[in-house]
Design a protein around this ligand. Structure first.
Ligand SMILES: [Fe+2]
Ligand SMILES: [Fe+2]
Length: 258
């Protein structure tokens, strides 16, 4: 992928933003558009007849995200949703998506799965990402799922689109800011915005550093977190290094044990 990945992407808040397209495989940023420091990113992966929403988000934003999907395809034709953990800003709208299409498959980890019924959903089709860490799309492109224990949920995981080299990272590399851009512009400033989230939410340096070791072999062109800006190009190694050196969670709460 060239240096200018996303270089020419213009965001129209009234339209879905196309981030990647190759033949019948496309990835969109769907929003949300609300000007809040805790902005939630929902993404859509379309591959032939399949369409998977990544972290669809809060019930408050369901209508907005559905509207964006409707500009691409019939929202009732969504075939799957990836829920990187059980938090309401990630998963609460599953109730509404399943009401729209009860056949939608939920891709998540077993420990997340047991909590999801508390949103008031009945039976749904589950795909266990720990039992099946690879999912082949109709085009034979592959999504791989990598667990990220205690970042921040014990059962958190990330999704790697192997053909696009996109890493959907959930709360990992999330940043809080109202000065938001779709793609990071100034990584040093961005690191401060990530600190606002990571220091309080992520478990420890053992968890962040261990995770970086786990994904070190991946060729990542873009990191797409659930909050804040997308990280690309030279900022990707800087983002990995950020997690390597981060002190957070119990490192801060119990410094005498560090
Ligand atoms: Fe979370
Ligand atoms: Fe989140």
């Amino acid at each position: 992928m060239g240096k200018d990945l996303f270089g020419n992407v213009l965001i129209d808040m009234k339209e879905p933003t196309l981030l990647y397209k190759q033949k019948d495989h496309a990835i969109y940023w769907l929003g949300i558009t609300d000007d809040t420091a805790f902005r939630c990113n929902a993404y859509l992966i379309v591959d032939g007849e399949e369409a998977i929403i990544v972290d669809p988000g809060s019930r408050n934003h369901f209508e907005q995200v559905k509207k964006r999907v409707a500009q691409i395809m019939d929202p009732e034709s969504i075939t799957g949703m990836i829920l990187c953990h059980q938090d309401p800003d990630v998963a609460a709208s599953m109730v509404d998506w399943l009401a729209l299409n009860p056949k939608t498959t939920v891709f998540t980890s077993p420990r997340t799965m047991v909590l999801l019924p508390h949103y008031g959903v009945g039976h749904f089709t589950a795909f266990d990402i720990e039992e099946n860490p690879r999912y082949e799309l109709p085009s034979r492109r592959v999504l791989s799922f990598i667990t990220a224990p205690f970042l921040h949920s014990p059962a958190a995981f990330v999704t790697f689109d192997e053909s696009a080299h996109f890493l959907f990272s959930g709360d990992i590399w999330a940043a809080l800011t109202t000065e938001w851009d779709l793609v990071t512009k100034d990584f040093e400033q961005h690191a401060l915005n990530m600190d606002l989230f990571h220091i309080d939410y992520m478990a420890s340096n053992v968890a962040t550093n261990g995770f970086v070791n786990k994904i070190a072999h991946l060729e990542i062109d873009a990191i797409l977190p659930q909050h804040g800006s997308i990280i690309i190009n030279d900022d990707v190694p800087a983002a990995l290094n950020y997690l390597r050196t981060l002190r957070c969670g119990t490192d801060i709460s119990y410094p005498e044990l560090g």
